[in-house]
Write a protein that binds this ligand. Sequence first.
Ligand code: ADP
Ligand code: MG
Length: 387
Amino acid sequence: MMGQDHVGRVRERALRAFAREYGGEATWAAAAPGRVNLIGEHTDYNAGWVLPIAIDRVCVAAAAPAADRSVTRVYSDDLRQRFSCDMRRDVRPGVDVPIGSWPSYVLGVLAECEIARQIGNLDIVIASSVPLGSGLSSSASVEVAVATMLEQAIGASMGVLEKAMRCQRAEHAFAGVPCGIMDMLTSAAGRADHALLIDCESCTWRPVPLPKDVAIVVFNSNVRHSLAGGEYARRRDACEAAASKLGLSSLRAARGEMLDDRLTDEELRCARHVITENQRTLAAAAAMERGDVSTLGTLFAASHASLRDDYRVSCRELDMLVESAAGEEGVIGARMTGGGFGGCVVAVVARGMEVRVMERVLSSYRSRSGREGMAFAVRAVDGAGAV
Ligand code: ADP
Ligand code: MG
């Protein structure tokens, strides 16, 4: 990733913070991108397909062997907070570091990567240009940046999938988030100018070229409704219950004609979303491959409607952003992205129209919701690497 503009600035900030905090130079530095999912929402934990891109917003982890060998120190330049812990013994989530606290994302990776033991305690700085907690996966970018820094420190690669799986284990055990593999895998394996079609059952993926002449724009609603966590768990449970009533290990193999009155209304709607969303994701990858942007736009609209009406994870603000975007010249398609109940909308826009579209959608969002949104264009970039 070295030499790329979006990395350079964050790297400089991380290195400056390192010198200020610890009074020396970092020995290693690695960058890992955030991601935005183009389509395939709530399909990852149903062993289905997703189609994300790694974006030009990154977390940089810079580190050196600890000045005081008996303790690992971590500093977040974004939160301006510190944490320390001796990593030479077994670090327990919830005992040595609070579950879900920001340092848990860093220390969890050190704990899940045995190679960290060979290096001993570290002085670490993280700095990031991924907005925190907006559904662009700042959490995975922290984890993958730290894991990639460790690879650099020992001079050997763990392999992209192995690295992503260790980061996922860290997020489960230390952050307390039962996430799928998409975020970590995209951050580790992203490819410039491509999306990744990830099969979440086999954990295999292939790059799919983004159509020429389109830009990807992210709109942040700047709301996060508190029901997100509980509702996420409830949808997961409904999907599991539906699969088990249908005699399947996951909803991946479910078909529309299997859905009948064995399922409750909620289970039926959830299963129908997963079935149709998997079909849309595969169709979107195929449409991208043949440069068929109008089909892509139709699939985005259908995905949003299914998330709103069947899966019921949208909210007023996300619907407003999507409706505002849909009426705008130059917008090919728009849908909510991420878990839902706030967070972001992703739009495919005719290249050259981005600035105008962003201004007009934000202004319409402002007058309809009374809120300030945020918008930025993103590019698809390569996955994590030493910088
Ligand atoms: P998302 O991954 O969509 O941004 P999450 O809730 O999964 O949202 O992860 C956000 C959390 O990750 C933050 O609340 C914080 O604990 C941690 N985090 C991410 N980036 C940083 C950072 N630069 N410094 C400190 N903590 C971070
Ligand atoms: Mg996250």
